[in-house]
Design a protein around this ligand. Structure first.
Ligand SMILES: [Zn+2]
Length: 330
C-alpha cells in the first residue's frame, strides 16, 4: 500500500468504475434494481467446547421504550446515562434473547425455549424467531432429546408450546426442582402480588401442555453428560445456570444471572425489575462472576447481544464483559 494516497485511490476507483461500466454492465444495471430485503438474516452461531458442539440460537429482541422502573434502585436518568455511555438507545430500548443447543455427542440438549413463533407477529417480527433460526442452523426440533430450563419466566418457557402443542415432540423437559416447587404451589400463587399473577397463570398454561414430559432436576446435579447445573437463585426462586464441559474447555450458560451486560455486568449492584429477590440475585451474581473472572470462563448470556458470548473481567467495584470475536471456523 506504499504510495497509495487519497488521490491515487480516488483516480483508481473512478477508473475501475468506468471500466466496469463500459465493459461489463448494460446501462439498466447501473441502478440498484433489487428491492431492500427488509428483514434480518438468520441468527445462529456455532462453536466448540472441547469436542462438544454448541449453537447459540437468536430468539430476537424486545424493542420498546425503556420502562420507568427498569432498575429498581437507580433513577431512570442514571439508567439512560449508562445506556448512552454504551452507545445504546433509551428510546428504542432493546433487550435480546438467545437460547442454546448443545450436542454432547450422545444427546441434543436445548437450554431454554424462547418465546415461540406465536410472538413474531405481535412483536413486528422482532421476537419469536427461535424456531426459524433453529431450522436455519440445520437442527431438527424433533431431534432434540431434552429441553433444560433455567427458570420459568415467559421468555424462557413460552417456546415449549406452539399452537397449543409441545414444540419439541420428542424432548424431555427438565426443570429445576425449586423452580417447579415455587410456581406450582397454589399457596404461592394465591399470595402472589398482582404483578406476578400473570406469570403464575402463564407457567400453569405451559406446564399444563408439556407436563407429561417434565422431569425435575436438583440444581448441582448433571442434567446430561458434560452439562452440570449450578444453583443461582435470586432472579427467581429456582433460577439455575449450566456449565458445559469437554476436555479442558468449559462454557457457562448463565441464564438471567444478569440481563443486559452493558448495564448489569458493569453495575452488579443494580437491581433489574425482573429480579424476584434482588438481594439474593446480587449476591449470586457477584459470587459466580468472581469465579468466572478468576477462571477466565467463557459465558453465554440469554440477554447478551448476539452471539451472546463474552468473557467477564473484574473492573472497579463491578465487572466488564468482553464479547468474543466472530470465528469463521468451529
Ligand atoms: Zn429472561
Amino acid at each position: 500500500m506504499i504510495g497509495l494516497t487519497r488521490r491515487t485511490m480516488l483516480t483508481g476507483a473512478v477508473a475501475a468504475g468506468a471500466a466496469t461500466a463500459l465493459t461489463a454492465m448494460p446501462n439498466t444495471m447501473v441502478r440498484a434494481a433489487a428491492p431492500p430485503a427488509g428483514k434480518q438474516i438468520a441468527g445462529w452461531y456455532r462453536m466448540k467446547v472441547g469436542t462438544t458442539e454448541v449453537t447459540v440460537i437468536a430468539e430476537g429482541a424486545r424493542i420498546s421504550p425503556l420502562p420507568d422502573n427498569f432498575v429498581r434502585n437507580k433513577s431512570k436518568d442514571e439508567v439512560v446515562a449508562a445506556l448512552q455511555a454504551a452507545y445504546l438507545s433509551a428510546d428504542r430500548f432493546m433487550l435480546p434473547f438467545n437460547s442454546v443447543v448443545v450436542n454432547t455427542g450422545s444427546k441434543l440438549v436445548a437450554i431454554d425455549a424462547g418465546f415461540g413463533p406465536g410472538t413474531l407477529a405481535q412483536s413486528n417480527g422482532a421476537m419469536g424467531q427461535g424456531q426459524a433460526n433453529l431450522a436455519a442452523a440445520g437442527i431438527d426440533i424433533k431431534a432434540i432429546d431434552a429441553v433444560v430450563l433455567s427458570h420459568f419466566h415467559g421468555d424462557h418457557i413460552n417456546g415449549l408450546v406452539t399452537d397449543g402443542k409441545p414444540s419439541y415432540p420428542n424432548a424431555e423437559v427438565m426443570v429445576p426442582q425449586p423452580e417447579w416447587a415455587y410456581w406450582m404451589d397454589d399457596g404461592n400463587m394465591s399470595r402472589a402480588p398482582d404483578a406476578l399473577k400473570g406469570a403464575f397463570a402463564n407457567v400453569r398454561r405451559v406446564m399444563g401442555i408439556v407436563g407429561s414430559k417434565v422431569t425435575q432436576y436438583e440444581p448441582g446435579k448433571d442434567v446430561a453428560p458434560g452439562i452440570a447445573s449450578v444453583a443461582a437463585h435470586g432472579h427467581s426462586p429456582g433460577h439455575t445456570v449450566h456449565i458445559v464441559s469437554s476436555g479442558n474447555s468449559s462454557l457457562m450458560i448463565q441464564g438471567d444471572l444478569t440481563t443486559l451486560p452493558q448495564l448489569f455486568v458493569r453495575n452488579p449492584g443494580w437491581h433489574v425489575m425482573f429480579d424476584m429477590d434482588a438481594a439474593a440475585a446480587e449476591a449470586t451474581r457477584r459470587r459466580l462472576y468472581d469465579r468466572m473472572a478468576a477462571d477466565r470462563l467463557l459465558v453465554q448470556g440469554y440477554h447478551f447481544p448476539f452471539p451472546a458470548l463474552a468473557y467477564i473481567e473484574k473492573s472497579g467495584t463491578g465487572y466488564r464483559e468482553i464479547p468474543i470475536a466472530w470465528n469463521p471456523t468451529i
